[in-house]
Design a protein around this ligand. Structure first.
Ligand code: ATP
Ligand code: MG
Length: 651
């Protein structure tokens, strides 16, 4: 077995962990407090309301948010462009297991403590303090800042440790296949009775190959071709045969996407992960929600109360200085410890029962926690597989007997902080490796897409998929003006428009704070176009404005006149779609530099999010010097879709 491979992966994880930590530290210093707060990376105005000890005597502090965010703060957050989402908990970006820095009230002279988030609620958190908390707990407002999390790195390291050493037949078989040291096997699937009657021939073949595979199968597909739809059918087929399935993806939104598609089938499913990070309508299937509804829950609550009562009693007696003998104290502590352990065991038992009972467990790769470690799955399906690094992918694979991947190497790769680690191999995903090594009988390419007008699709299809992509009849010619109550105008009747800012003087600028680029002229133009679309009858939820640059995202949010305009980065929009998408390219300079626009996979994602109308705003004089954009300009020219920004100047 090629142990060197895993040795290298471990080194790369370590490089990456350090790079991420460095980046977090830099952010902490770079962003003003208000921006950090709006992003959820810092929470201020916290009061310590309780002190407790966890198993093994770890000191725990419970903090509560004392005041709601004031109107003035909200406005400030809007101005910085990092507006908090309405109704979102101040702790929305924090997760159990994250490393945090707890700063005590100004003037208290106490050194900040590092710690780990032990429990995260809507308006409170419990922090497990590293080292010793202050002897005298301070009054006043504390502050909590995110230092990033080591949890996922730890899980990756553990997974690799297990995989490289395992002698268990299932896992060592998968490992050897993924290392190219053993051939995968498959059999012809018997005729399947499909749950989804609408699957096209490519999708049916993909499902058959996935079901027939004994170890691993791959589903490739350009945007909107039904990769997730195929995975759902594969899951249903497995469940029908009595198999247990783990479905995972690198991001929460991608996991939610699968949950959403599975819900109508009335299976027993459990969604792992913090409910705060899961779409609201799907929260009832989370482990937490099911735990809450479990009959054993009352007993746990009772024991918790009892433990708390004992602890308060002990503290009061100590405070009164009434002298409590060390033997007595030890006894009380032992009792508390015992209760803590029992509560934990009970909670653990409830969770295990719920998970054991589920036919399908869904989780992000990183969120596949130790809670699942003792569970075995007959099948692991992994969506958005081209966005997960290899070490991350091993976390769920480790729990399965067979793996089905779905992904698209022409869309965005995993985010990697360390350039060095990326170059030394971290950027090569397991999906990429399998793509070159698996026999073609275990791979399927989906080719019919159900999203885009064919003119929106064709440039991407020619550039990335050898022109093989086909638009389904139901979407092939659909345009925005066919939506109810939308006026027929030049723009709404055409599927593509390139609005050229050349000669307008809309120049890019460098945003020092965000270390990213923006273009105010383009942002204004995008918002004028948005206003026109609204005037012509399109609803806010049918339109999105996206851009590759985070500074431009902020700029657009600041300038947006109405609430509810959906504005986001291209990266955050992968896997999503809108009827109309306005894409602002930002770059406009005399040197013809396009910077990271030259990663054309990002453009492939950006240009394939629109169903009926794609409006690209950019400076032809700048982008034409890059061959990809030169071809795009010829493409829009041929469509008669090249327009000048002068048509859209403010009155
Ligand atoms: N055979 C089909 N008939 C009709 N609609 C379909 C079919 N297959 C998929 N769809 C629809 O097409 C859309 C895209 O499907 P899906 O999300 O599965 O694609 P995907 O390849 O996973 O997309 P992405 O690349 O964005 O992840 C969905 O709305 C889905 O319901
Ligand atoms: Mg998908």
């Amino acid at each position: 077995m090629d142990d060197q491979h895993f040795e290298t992966l471990l080194e790369l994880i370590e490089l990456e962990r350090k790079a991420e930590k460095e980046e977090n530290k830099r952010e902490l210093e770079r962003y003003p407090l208000q921006v950090r707060e709006a992003l959820g990376k810092t929470v201020t105005r916290l009061e310590i309301v309780d002190e407790d000890v966890g198993v093994g005597g770890i000191p725990l502090l419970r903090l509560e948010r004392s005041v709601q965010m004031s109107a003035a703060k909200r406005v400030a957050a809007m101005i910085t462009g990092a507006a908090p989402v309405a109704g979102l908990s101040p702790f929305h970006a924090m997760n159990q297991g994250d490393n945090v820095l707890l700063t005590y009230p100004a003037g208290s002279d106490l050194t900040p403590n590092e710690g780990t988030l032990y429990d995260v609620g809507d308006n409170h958190v419990t922090v497990a303090i590293d080292g010793r908390p202050p002897d005298q707990l301070p009054q006043g407002h504390c502050q909590l800042s995110l230092l990033g999390s080591d949890a996922t790195y730890k899980r990756m390291r553990q997974a690799i440790g297990v995989v490289r050493r395992t002698e268990k037949p299932d896992l060592s078989r998968l490992r050897n296949i993924f290392l190219g040291e053993r051939e995968p096997s498959w059999s012809q699937a018997a005729a399947l009775e499909l749950y989804n009657p609408r699957l096209n021939e490519f999708q049916v073949q993909a499902v058959e190959r996935c079901v027939g595979a004994e170890d691993v199968a791959l589903v490739h597909g350009p945007p909107g071709t039904g990769k997730t739809t195929v995975l759902v059918e594969v899951i249903l087929q497995a469940v029908k045969c009595g198999q247990r399935v783990l479905a995972s993806a690198p991001s929460n939104i991608a996991v939610d996407n699968m949950v959403e598609k599975l819900l109508p089938f009335d299976l027993r499913i459990v969604r792992m992960g913090h409910p705060a990070r899961i779409l609201e309508p799907l929260r009832h299937v989370t482990l937490s929600a099911q735990e809450e509804a479990h009959s054993g829950r009352e007993e746990v609550a009772r024991m918790n109360e009892e433990r708390h009562r004992l602890l308060t009693q002990l503290r009061r007696r100590q405070d009164r200085g009434g002298g409590i003998g060390s033997a007595e104290r030890r006894e009380a502590m032992a009792l508390i410890d015992e209760l803590t352990r029992k509560t934990r065991d009970n909670e653990f038992g409830i969770r295990r029962e719920i998970i054991q009972n589920a036919q399908v467990v869904l989780s992000t790769h990183g969120g596949t926690s130790s809670m699942l470690a003792r569970h075995k799955f007959d099948l692991v399906v992994m969506d958005e597989a081209s966005q997960a690094t290899e070490p991350l992918s091993w976390i769920p694979i480790m729990l399965g007997k067979k793996v089905v991947f779905a992904g698209d190497s022409c869309q965005l790769p995993p985010t990697i902080y360390s350039k060095d680690a990326a170059e030394r191999g971290l950027k090569v995903t397991l999906f990429d490796r399998m793509k070159t090594s698996l026999p073609s009988d275990l791979q399927s390419l989906l080719r019919i897409q159900y999203r885009m007008h064919e003119d929106i699709m064709r440039f991407s299809s020619d550039k990335f998929y050898d022109g093989k992509l086909i638009a389904d009849e139901s979407v092939r010619r659909h345009t925005a003006h066919e939506l109810p109550n939308v006026h027929a105008t030049e723009l709404t009747q055409a599927p593509v428009a390139f609005i050229d800012t050349a000669g307008t003087g809309y120049a890019e600028t460098w945003n020092e704070l965000l270390e990213s680029r923006e273009n105010e002229g383009e942002a204004g133009l995008a918002l004028r176009l948005y206003a026109k679309l609204r005037e012509w009858g399109l609803a806010p939820q049918e339109i999105a404005i996206i851009t590759p640059y985070v500074a431009q995202v902020k700029k657009l949010r600041i300038l947006a006149p109405e609430k509810g305009v959906e504005i986001g980065s291209v990266d955050s929009f992968q896997g999503r779609e809108k009827e109309v998408v306005i894409l602002s390219l930002v770059r406009s300079n005399d040197e013809g530099e396009v910077g990271f626009l030259s990663d054309t996979r990002r453009m492939n994602v950006g240009m394939t999010r629109a169903r009926r109308l794609l409006i690209v705003i950019g400076d032809s004089a700048t982008i034409v010097r890059h061959p990809f954009y030169k071809d795009f300009l010829s493409y829009v020219e041929a469509l008669g879709a090249h327009k000048s920004a002068w048509e859209w100047m403010p009155e």
